[in-house]
Design a protein around this ligand. Sequence first.
Ligand code: G
Ligand code: G
Ligand code: MN
Ligand code: NA
Length: 249
Amino acid sequence: LRCESELGDAIARGQIIVAYQAIVDVVSGQTVACEALARWQHPERGLLLPGAFIEIAERIDLIDHIGERVLRVACHEAVSWNSLIQVNVNLSPRQLQRGNFVRILAEALHDSGLPPTRLGIEVTERTLLDDDESTRRQLADIRAMGVKLILDDFGSGYSSLSYLQDIDVDGIKIDASFTGKLGSNKVRAICRMVARLAMELNVYVVAEGVETREQLDWLRLNGIAFGQGFLLGRPTLHAPDRQAAYLAL
Ligand code: G
Ligand code: G
Ligand code: MN
Ligand code: NA
């Protein structure tokens, strides 16, 4: 595929850019954090979403480079924003297999001047599947630096609960597939259970994929403090708005 050979050059040519999507306090509407999302500014095909290239990048072993690029750009841009919100970067499992991620992270923080406490790393259950000593140590090292660790897509895998038992995290993100089905009694029960679990573990919860007013109201009334989704803000190529337009007073 032409895409594959172009992807290597894309990184070198600075065509991998970063969009930011707000993570919002569902009560106040204030943006408290954001998620950095890779975009490929393709010279002919326009702005490409991760669905068009992240899987390819993982397959042909370029995800380390893209991940490092997104990390560096996100740190560099976030340090110049007026607001001091946290910026979360996604980590692909491959990036931990190399064993040098903690050094890359330290460099990105040092070179940008972003305080570690303003950075979050989102890991999925896929990252934790190869449950080896090296993975655990690197995740512990990330937290020891003061960087937040967030379990992404929570509930979508096979052993969400056992991962929570095994590793220490600062936050969890409820997968958008649950948020989209809050009309179901079962899904509401699951989400209330996750809110309770998070409270007892002293971690914060973000519901992903918030698209409707009804979903937002339900989260607010059921102790899920934060939301992310098109209702609260689309990914943008600049700093996210301080206040979700939807909830602006
Ligand atoms: O922006 P969009 O919603 O299309 O992103 C789709 C998915 O691609 C997200 O769920 C996210 O996990 C993944 N993704 C986006 N940017 C990155 C990145 O920089 N690194 C990795 N590993 N995944 C990313
Ligand atoms: O890391 P993760 O793959 O969960 O990233 C979230 C992805 O979901 C982003 O690529 C973003 O563009 C997408 N997304 C964000 N908000 C919404 C939403 O409200 N609805 C839908 N369908 N997708 C969303
Ligand atoms: Mn994510
Ligand atoms: Na997610």
